[in-house]
Design a protein around this ligand. Structure first.
Ligand code: ADP
Ligand code: MG
Length: 683
């Protein structure tokens, strides 16, 4: 038996449970249920109430019913395919229990003659007699049968009965944990204790009682533990002492004067926040968040420039080579002869690479641009002071933490993402970092005109494109996303390419999931150089690349995309100073709801607002593929319905940070709910 006050019981292996062997354990492991705690979130979907018993004469055919009977006679035919049979009675009538594919010994054991047995199951009727076929609920102890039996969504190979048995067992042995929450928080949930809440959660009559205090408390525990871990990571990183950098404002302003535009208020504000971090003696771990086209690059390049002028090297990492090259070119243009700028490419020759590595180690390169290749083992910097990472919203907390360790203690870290997220998710996804947000877009930016169009009207679209090409513009054509099959995705893109190529010979290129990396870079580069006019692609073009000359995007089968995704796709155009257009194509007329959704896009260019609307419609797991980022999926909490709990948790975290509360009392919570590798670091 478990030590009742010890949470370790909950983390122990499944084999610790009675009646669970390696077979069941392995089946559960396949479902990512690895320990007893994981099983706590296996919740009943519905239940069958077997608690009321009837007499045989009152049985209703076709219904699940419970009766207490006495087995009177066995019949074990020696003929294959004929079932074993046990005739049973109560004082009001007769019923046969029928067993297909059963052993005689088993039948004798579960239905011993002349004993009172309680059975439950769906009642049948055959040859003028009631019968129960392969009854599963049989016991001499009627209390085991006469209860509510939960139904679960079943894992292959594990029956409902086993689930009932093991989950009941866990509930019975739940340890009483010391309360971790403050009184103020507990008060909000009617002071219900964690283990009482778990008990309530598993009561079948509580299925769907999302508003009840037990549910809210448990949902809060989940949210709070995530926030707490994030907050601890942030605190820990900020405690790291580093050599402060001296920001040379005069030099910075000289560059600002060289720009063709003036920075927006938000760009200036975020640059200031970053500069403050650079000049502080605490390590920076900051996320620069801003919608597509909000102008993050220039902010990060200025920060890099400041770090360099303070005597440090900078590593600037982009998700693709073409984006790395784009940033590299911009840096050369801005900083010309004042600093040493280098691009490292996967394609660079061995000799060139070796030279670059040597220069990095000798401090003869001030800033290097590249993909993740910059962080390979062989790369050493003499004096790395800042890492900038562009477009990496898909990095999870763990990956980010590893990165922040990478540069050594004097190295600041700045991440950038063009993926606005709903307010309630900020702490969930990015709570481990300080946040700088660019909300306002450059004033010169014209709104992207957004239209919807039926696919049958494709000729109108073609006419429009012809006109655009004549005026020297370029077009993205995004092919339908076919969720069911990558193959279909691919073939529809190929077909579209062939179709457009007939109309616009030699002006179309195709990009799809099977295009190899090198070819892809060439195609994108050619598009950038205006060597062709229409780029047909599946959804693989990354955000971030600046194609100032592309100002039309066609998105087919637009109803397959979420709003945020459409907004991201749309953000690939409208970066220059020309008017730009986004055409959303649909197979059939839009439903009223779909129209409403699309209107959000037509009316707003604010990615933050759109992400909120998107989440309301699609739920949070889905938005922008956050599922892939390895962020924790909540089991009970829901950012839409529990937004109040997210805000409450955020408030509580701020209080803990401000009061410098000792967090050791939260240790069981963190150990139970969160990722072990992070905990080892902080607990
Ligand atoms: P993102 O935030 O998506 O990374 P970029 O940094 O690529 O955006 O900027 C998009 C375009 O906007 C670039 O061509 C850039 O030169 C331009 N830009 C940046 N800041 C401003 C500004 N304040 N005014 C006008 N254009 C700007
Ligand atoms: Mg960018």
């Amino acid at each position: 038996m478990s030590n009742k006050s010890n949470y370790e019981y909950l983390l122990s292996d499944l084999t610790k449970l009675k009646g669970v062997g390696t077979k069941t354990t392995n089946l559960l492991k396949k479902k990512k249920i690895n320990n007893i705690f994981d099983l706590l979130w296996k919740l009943p979907k519905s239940y069958t109430d077997r608690s009321h018993s009837t007499k045989i004469k009152d049985l209703k055919i076709g219904e699940n019913q419970t009766i207490t009977i006495i087995p009177q006679k066995y019949s074990f035919p020696r003929v294959r395919n004929l079932p074993n049979k046990v005739s049973c009675t109560d004082e009001t009538g007769e019923i046969d229990c029928i067993f297909f594919n059963s052993y005689e010994g088993y039948v004798r054991k579960i239905l011993p003659l002349k004993k009172e047995i309680t059975i439950s199951g769906k009642i049948g009727f055959f040859r003028n007699k009631y019968q129960l076929t392969n009854p599963k609920y049989i016991s001499e102890d009627s209390s085991l049968i006469k209860q509510k039996h939960n139904t679960y969504s079943l894992t292959e190979g594990i029956s409902e009965k086993i689930y009932n048995k093991i989950i009941n067992q866990i509930i019975k042995n739940l340890p009483t944990l010391n309360e971790w929450h403050s009184e103020n928080i507990l008060d909000k949930f009617g002071n219900i204790k964690w283990n009482d809440a778990i008990v309530e959660l598993h009561k079948p009559e509580n299925i769907g009682n999302y508003k009840k205090n037990f549910y809210q408390r448990l949902a809060f525990d989940e949210i709070f533990s995530t926030f707490l871990v994030n907050s601890e990571i942030r605190k820990k990183i900020k405690k790291i002492k580093k050599k402060s950098k001296v920001v040379d404002k005069a030099k910075q302003n000289k560059i600002l004067k060289k720009l063709e535009f003036t920075l927006t208020k938000d760009q200036l504000k975020t640059l200031e926040e970053i500069n403050n971090d650079l000049s502080s003696t605490n390590k920076m771990f900051r996320l620069l968040q801003g919608d597509v086209g909000s102008g993050k690059t220039i902010v990060s390049l200025l920060a890099a420039y400041n770090a360099i002028n303070s005597g440090f090297q900078v590593a600037f990492m982009a998700p693709t080579e073409i984006l790395a090259r784009q940033h590299f070119n911009l840096a050369k243009k801005l900083f010309s002869n004042q600093i040493n700028i280098q691009l490292i490419s996967g394609k660079s020759e061995y000799k060139t690479k070796k030279e670059i590595l040597k220069k990095l180690a000798d401090n003869n390169i001030d800033i290097i641009f590249g993909t993740h290749a910059i962080f390979q083992k062989k790369v050493f910097f003499k004096n790395l002071g800042l890492i900038v990472i562009d477009e990496q919203h898909k990095f999870g907390v763990n990956q980010r933490k590893r990165l922040s360790d990478k540069g050594g203690k004097d190295c600041d870290v700045l991440l950038m993402t063009a993926t606005p997220i709903p307010r309630t998710l900020t702490m969930t996804l990015y709570g481990d970092m300080d946040l700088s947000i660019i909300r306002e877009k450059p004033k010169s930016r014209k709104p992207i005109k957004t239209y919807s169009k039926l696919e049958s009207k494709i000729d109108d679209v073609i006419k429009f494109i012809k006109k655009e090409i004549k005026s020297g513009n370029q077009i993205f054509w995004v092919c339908p996303l076919i969720e069911e099959s990558k193959k279909l995705d691919h073939s529809s893109a190929v077909k579209k390419f062939e179709y457009l190529n007939k109309i616009f010979p030699n002006q179309v290129s195709l990009l799809h999931g099977k295009t190899d990396l090198e070819e892809k870079e060439i195609i994108l580069d050619n598009f950038l150089k205006k060597k062709f006019q229409i780029l047909v692609s599946t959804t693989i073009i990354e955000v971030g690349i600046d194609f100032p000359n592309a100002n039309v995007i066609i998105i087919e089968n637009a109803n397959k995309f979420g709003l945020s995704q459409l907004h991201q796709l749309r953000g690939r155009v409208g970066r220059g100073d020309k008017d730009s257009t986004c055409i959303l194509m649909f197979k059939s007329n839009l439903s009223k709801n779909a129209k409403k959704r699309i209107n959000t896009l037509k009316e707003s260019a604010d990615g933050f607002y759109i992400s909120e609307e998107d989440m309301k419609i699609r739920g949070f797991g889905d938005i922008l593929g956050f599922k892939q980022s390895g962020i924790k999926n909540f089991k009970l909490a829901d950012p839409i319905h529990n937004s109040d709990l997210f805000l409450l948790a955020e408030k509580e975290i701020r209080r803990i940070e401000l009061d410098n509360t000792d967090i050791s009392k939260y240790k069981p919570l963190i150990k139970l709910y969160d990722r072990a590798d992070i905990i080892n670091d902080i607990a």
